[in-house]
Design a protein around this ligand. Structure first.
Ligand SMILES: C[S@@+](CC[C@H](N)C(=O)[O-])C[C@H]1O[C@@H](n2cnc3c(N)ncnc32)[C@H](O)[C@@H]1O
Length: 242
């Protein structure tokens, strides 16, 4: 079992944009999601995108006039983000989620942690720590928004094999193996190599967080919380600093 950072570095990051359907399609989905959450956004918003990846949400926010600090441990994905950001007000920093505060000069209006990034943290206490840092870094009325998968109901049998993406040269399948607090995520990648297929497998651990636990932990950090459906079967929490 590798760490999430190592898994991305050696396995997932090089194929991540392919898996997401390409930059433009993925950023359009991010744009639609941001629009659904914020039909209007005042200009001059300061935002942090935690686990920003290639900028699926950071780029749409910056296009709408926000200044964004995008934090991620994957240099490969951050390079994609920088390459597409051009002159947009996005600062991409390679760092751990729990270290984001050292990149802030002042409190911000918005902190995002999208696309199942929360579950990559090593333990529930790290999630609680992140919520407390977010509460401490937001202006009054500021928002913390996260989307994540609820892995608490376990998939069983063949349901644990999830076809993620395929084309003529590549097949990505995910296999889930559950234990009490975690799910072990095996990313099984077949890549065509001439007339043969090359198989590479890497696994890492994700947290099994329930929406109820996330909501209670956010409230304990001083947020009022709304829980709603997010993109692609994820859960979305919209938490407002009270
Ligand atoms: C599932 S991807 C989501 C990316 C993006 N937010 C989106 O919605 O497309 C998770 C991201 O979190 C990053 N990540 C995972 N663990 C991290 C950590 N401890 N600190 C910083 N980034 C992390 C990964 O490199 C990856 O880019």
């Amino acid at each position: 079992m590798t760490t999430a950072a190592e898994h991305y570095r050696t396995h997932l990051a090089p194929v991540y944009l392919w898996m997401a359907g390409g930059f433009d399609a993925a950023v359009s989905r991010g744009e639609a999601e941001i629009k659904a959450i914020f039909p209007s956004l005042p200009s001059g918003i300061a935002a942090v995108d935690l686990g920003a990846g290639f900028g699926m949400h950071a780029i749409p926010l910056a296009r709408r006039g926000c200044s964004v600090i995008a934090v991620d441990t994957s240099s490969i994905l951050l390079d994609e983000l920088r390459g597409h950001a051009g002159a947009l007000p996005v600062r991409a920093v390679e760092d751990e989620l729990l270290s984001f505060q050292r990149h802030l000069d002042s409190k911000v209006n918005l902190i995002l942690c999208m696309g199942d990034t929360l579950t990559h943290l090593p333990e529930p206490a790290s999630v609680e720590k992140l919520f407390s840092l977010a509460a401490d870094s937001l202006r009054p009325d500021g928002k913390f928004i996260a989307t994540f998968r609820d892995y608490t109901p376990p998939l069983v049998g063949e349901g644990r094999f999830i076809p993620v993406k395929s084309d003529a040269d590549r097949i990505l399948t995910c296999f889930l193996e559950y234990d009490s607090e975690y799910v072990n995520v095996h990313d099984v990648l077949h890549q065509r190599n001439g007339s043969t297929w090359q198989l590479r497998v890497s696994a890492y651990r994700k947290l099994r967080l329930s929406p109820e636990w996330v909501s209670a932990a956010l409230q304990a950090s001083g947020f009022s919380v709304r829980v709603e459906p997010g993109l692609g079967g994820m859960v979305r929490v919209v938490a407002t600093r009270v």
